[in-house]
Structure formats: C-alpha cells, structure tokens
Design a binder for this molecule. Structure first.
Ligand SMILES: [Zn+2]
Ligand SMILES: [Zn+2]
Length: 289
C-alpha cells in the first residue's frame, strides 16, 4: 500500500486542472488482472518498476476518479466503487472508504459537481453516484447531470453478476431523480470536452478528450488498465467483454495518444497515473508527469 491518500495529484491542461481522487490502490497478481500475462512479462520492461509494479513483477491497480475543472465547470469522471455496495469482488464489497473526504480535500464537495461522466458502467465507475439513506440508494451529486451512452445502459441492465445489482443501486436512482441523460458515444460536450467511442472493454465504452488553450488531455477509462499495456498492447484484461475489439481500440488509441502528445490519465493506473506516450521499438512507453 502506498501513501496515495496523503499526496494530492493535480495536473494542468491549459487553463483546466485535473485532480486524482483515490478510492483505493492494491497489489494484484499479474495473471489475475491479465490472464495471458505473467510477472516475467512485467519484468521484461524495467521502466514499469517501481512506479507501476514491484520488483517481483506484481502490478498495482488503483480505483480513482478525476475531477476536471474547466471553463468554470466542475466535472467528476468515473466515481469508483462507493461505500456499502454488495459486490461480487471481495475487494469492492461493502466498502467503507473516506472518498468524499478526499474529494473535499481536492476542493470539491458533492454540491459543487455539475457534471458526472462515466467512461462505462462497471461497478467501479458508478459507485459514488449513490449512497444509502435508510433502505434506499439516493443520488450523491444532486445538482449534477449524469451522462450515459445507450449501449452502456443496455449492457449494464443485462450483464450483471449474480448477487449484485449495479444498475439497481447505482444507475436507476439517478434516472428516478431526473438527473440522468443519454448522450452519443462521440458527443461534443462543449467547454473543451469531447467523448470518443472506445468500445471493446464494454460495448458503449467512451474516453474523454479535454482541450484548453491548445493543450490536450485524455482520460482513458478501461480501454487500458495498466502501463504494462503500452509495452504489450495485445494483452487483454480479464473483464474485456470483446477482447479482440478492445485490442483494436487500444491500438488505434495508442497511435492517437502518441500523435497528439496528449497528457494521458489512466483511470486504473497506480501511483503515477498521468503521463505522455511515445513509440518504443515495436510498442510504446509511458513517461509520467
Ligand atoms: Zn471496466
Ligand atoms: Zn474499471
């Protein structure tokens, strides 16, 4: 476990700022996250140690949201697992994390949030949208528009794991409260923000481009999970719904990240989640900032 909770990480993109708000960061056996990979695959790329993996080749994975302040707007992207949710993955079940306190430390309280974006609707990207009041799940960001794509809503309704109800506890209450809105997966959101359709991990997955004063950033979501995938882009993640399409998307986006020179923020990247992508032999390398 790192000291992630004490050090705030914030980046500037032109006149915009992007702040990481961490829910948790854990060590994870490489072969659990990436069934086709081993610790030896990690150690073939010494630049991954120590920022994103340890000297045994075990990778770390972070759950974090990003707060984007741009053009006078406060935007929250992918609000993590949430507290008290019944979840199939033990590390996500019935959490009790000081996420909202860390959000406040980042200068943002729930009433400040005007827009909530979801790259996709897996349990670790929608959790803080609701919290428990009595027996009910109620919206946390009551003044915010929450954006979704139709394909993700369909997938979330039909792909739930036994024993958990992500749609029921974290999505339906937002629409019931009139705070939900469906957008196209390549929607121009204005204020320098644009979605890009990046399917594969899930059918309606999107990523977020942010542009301010000529500078560009990209919040990946889960078309990548870890910097190992810069060096080994073919490696699929365990939850990729369509691994072949995810590979295709990753290859396309890697070229885009390098071409644009964007500041790339990896939604699950641990410790040093932001950096730039450059060609490295037949693959790519991530240079943290
Ligand atoms: Zn996911
Ligand atoms: Zn995820």
């Amino acid at each position: 476990m790192t000291d992630f909770a004490t050090a705030m990480q914030r980046w500037t993109v032109g006149a915009a700022t992007i702040t990481s708000v961490v829910e948790d960061q854990v060590d994870i056996p490489t072969g659990f996250l990436f069934p086709e990979a081993t610790e030896a695959d990690v150690l073939r790329h010494p630049w991954l140690v120590p920022d994103w993996a340890d000297e045994t080749g075990t990778v770390q994975l972070r759950t974090q949201a990003f707060v984007v302040q741009i053009d006078g707007l406060t935007v929250l992207v992918d609000p993590c697992v949430g507290n008290g949710k019944v979840r199939w993955i033990p590390a996500w079940n019935d959490l009790d994390m000081p996420f909202l306190e860390r959000l406040a430390d980042a200068g943002c309280t729930p009433p400040d949030v005007e827009l909530v974006l979801h790259t996709h609707l897996h349990a670790d990207h929608v959790g803080w949208d609701t919290h428990k009041r009595g027996d009910d799940w109620v919206p946390t960001f009551t003044g915010a528009r929450h954006l979704y794509t139709e394909a993700e809503l369909d997938f979330a309704r039909t792909s739930g794991l036994a024993g958990e109800d992500v749609y029921g506890d974290s999505i339906a209450p937002i629409f019931d409260a009139g705070l939900g809105e469906v957008v196209m997966p390549d929607a121009d959101l204005g204020h320098g923000m644009r979605l890009e359709f990046t399917p594969g991990h899930t059918p309606g997955h999107t990523s977020l481009w942010i542009e301010s004063d000529g500078e560009v950033a990209l919040i990946t979501g889960d078309f990548m999970h870890h910097p190992l995938q810069f060096a080994e882009p073919q490696i699929a993640e365990i939850a990729d719904a369509d691994a072949e399409l995810a590979r295709h998307t990753r290859a396309r986006m890697l070229r885009e990240m390098a071409r644009t020179g964007a500041l790339v923020l990896g939604t699950h990247f641990p410790s040093r989640p932001a950096g730039r992508v450059k060609v490295d032999g037949n693959a790519w390398r991530f240079y943290p900032e």
